[in-house]
Design a protein around this ligand. Structure first.
Ligand SMILES: [Zn+2]
Length: 197
């Protein structure tokens, strides 16, 4: 235990995901010995992300204006919407170059053990989007694990009666895994081979 500011920094860093007490201490001492200009840039980036970044009002991806870059792109199709759990999944799918439609970011997956139900996700917002009648296909690209599958099943039941084609990414994705860790080729193939559910 240290005193004052250095301990405060260690405590704050230790609250970040994936940062254990040892890493927090290592980063804090790195900051202490770093060039002041580098530390200012880091502090500025932390402040800016809270000031500037918000959620797209259409798809809930991260954005720096009302709508995200993908929703603003007039060359993309409004008829196909790909549902993902988190903004990092949008990045993973964009890397494949296979998809030219729009996205909808749920903000997580159904997880009863953690008390996350459909009402805690942006499902109501998705239904409102689908209610306009423009969307012809909904691609369910939630993670290939228990929570992702439960979410996909729930959405398929809700959306199919609306007369919209519902598809799920093909197998080949590592089961129990996280979409963002799939390599581009596997994810690209899973996209091409998506099947009706
Ligand atoms: Zn958007």
């Amino acid at each position: 235990m240290y005193e004052g500011a250095i301990q405060d920094l260690i405590d704050e860093l230790g609250r970040l995901p994936g940062v254990g007490p040892k890493s927090a201490q290592r980063i804090a001492f790195h900051v202490l010995s770093a060039d002041p200009a580098d530390v200012n840039r880091l502090a500025g980036a932390l402040r800016k992300v809270k000031d500037l970044v918000r959620f797209c009002t259409s798809c809930y991806n991260v954005a720096e204006s009302e709508q995200c870059r993908i929703c603003r792109d007039p060359r993309r199709s409004d008829e196909v919407v790909c549902v993902v759990e988190e903004p990092k999944d949008v990045v993973a799918i964009e890397r494949t170059g296979e998809f030219r439609g729009r996205y909808h970011v749920l903000g997580g997956a159904i997880n009863p053990l953690e008390g996350i139900g459909p009402d805690n996700l942006r499902i109501r917002e998705l239904m409102a989007r689908l209610g306009t009648g423009t969307v012809r296909e909904l691609i369910l690209a939630t993670d290939p694990n228990t929570e992702g599958e439960a979410t996909a099943t729930y959405l398929a039941l809700m959306v199919k009666p609306m007369g919209i084609a519902v598809t799920r990414l093909a197998s080949g994705l590592p089961v129990g895994g996280d979409l963002e860790y799939a390599d581009e080729i596997t994810l690209g193939r899973a996209f091409e081979g998506r099947r009706a559910v």
